[in-house]
Write a protein that binds this ligand. Sequence first.
Ligand SMILES: NC(=O)c1ccc[n+]([C@@H]2O[C@H](COP(=O)([O-])OP(=O)(O)OC[C@H]3O[C@@H](n4cnc5c(N)ncnc54)[C@H](O)[C@@H]3O)[C@@H](O)[C@H]2O)c1
Length: 490
Amino acid sequence: MTPIKTVGIAGTGLIGAGWAARLLIRGFDVVAYDVQPAAEARLKAAIDVAWPSMQRLLGKTGPRGKLTFTTDLKEMATRADFVHEAAPEREDLKIKLFRDIDAVARPEVIISSSSSGFLPSRLQSECRHPERVIIGHPFNPVYLLPLVETVPGDKTSKEVLDRAGVYFEAIGMHVLRLKREIDGYICDRLQEALWREALHILDKDIGTTGDIDDSIVYSAGMRWAFMGSFLTYHVAGGPGGMRHFISQFDPTLELPWTDLKFPKWNEALERRLIEGCEAQAGGRSVAEIEARRNDVLVDMMKLFKQHKVGAGLVLAREEEKQRSACKRWNKDIDVSKPLRLWDGEVFTSWLDYNGHMTDAAYLIAFGDGLDAFFRFIGDDEAYRATGNTFFTAETHLNYYKELKAGEPFRIETQVVGGDEKRMHLFHRMYHGRSGELVAVNEIMQLHVNQKRGKVTPMGASLYEALSAVWAAHQKLEKPIELGHVMQVKR
Ligand SMILES: NC(=O)c1ccc[n+]([C@@H]2O[C@H](COP(=O)([O-])OP(=O)(O)OC[C@H]3O[C@@H](n4cnc5c(N)ncnc54)[C@H](O)[C@@H]3O)[C@@H](O)[C@H]2O)c1
């Protein structure tokens, strides 16, 4: 089986562009096909919008994949190792598109529809190789939200679903595999139920669109984001959990608490809906709201990562994969010079009111450099799982030059002291292009066993690596900033 390197996309609107951005930042090449030549410029603009948020979410990334745009379906389908269909939500159009892609693509290439609710059995109905057709339903913005629902049709093979799952995980997604097909899949059915009920409330003029949204934003939505519906109600049942919840709230199922059929469309409803949303936007353009949404989503996912819940788990998994690819010490590696273990780039969220990187962001960047050194000597997730870790005892920073958004930098680590319980490190941050020294950071790390709650000797293999680097770095010149308190003269 050819490994997936080049991914084809059919339809490069909102969703197709989202797939393209998610793939390119992870180094996959993309061949994007659309019937409209003008779609190319829109695709590139959409990727530019997505890029800063993805970078802020993922931190350091490898080389960007190559993007090719074409209006030739054959070119896309013959080059692709995997295809995402993201054309308009029309069943006849999608069935024909699947037939045409299937006629050209290599038989093992999976063709995955982004459809919001069509049955895959229908989409594969005219294919010669229906077993490779699946639904891979993403959520907007595809480049940030990690969920993908995979749905088999009658003729889809299990092996194809397995392979698709591995691919989706490799591009930073959480795979929700439906046991069998159903219109609207899981998430859109739930969203549709809420949408219909919201329209009923609006139709009955109980509250504005803003009121109805507030009922989610200030309460249920906050819980849904990391506990969903069932776990939320399990907690709502008190110590007895869901068992008690059922006995307490079961009678409500008989109460007229929902009107789930779609309300009859009428002019007043349409006016309330449109005017209500425009009032909520408060003069902000969709692009402005979208930018704010992205900022908040990125921060939510980072916060969720800290708490090890929901979408944060996917982010943590991806970061761990990236970190485990960091360089590791062995006897053959030349450590005679300061070690270049971390290359980064300045994110827009790191800027202060002068448009430069904030003081706190320097600590984050040096923290990434420190983390790379930890990995280098063998302090990884497995090591920390044993209760062993390093604590920062003291840190000093000197700032020499400003860095602006998007500018690259590299961090070099010099060991300036160490024994079995301590590491005394000195980091230099250089501008990634000009090579100018931007800032330096001196830091003292103590090895701690958290189970025993005290400073302890580090593991033998870590100490061997640290000692090897320290032995080599003793021959280097001592940094002039070492041990200084305040260098800037009054
Ligand atoms: N918008 C969402 O929030 C969302 C979320 C999840 C899934 N989806 C699904 O993703 C799919 C795409 O939705 P979208 O919002 O990106 O639509 P869109 O209208 O933004 O983009 C569709 C693109 O497909 C192109 N196109 C039209 N006919 C085509 C054809 N025959 N072959 C190839 N390309 C063709 C159009 O030129 C356009 O660029 C739909 O199936 C939709 O239901 C949408």
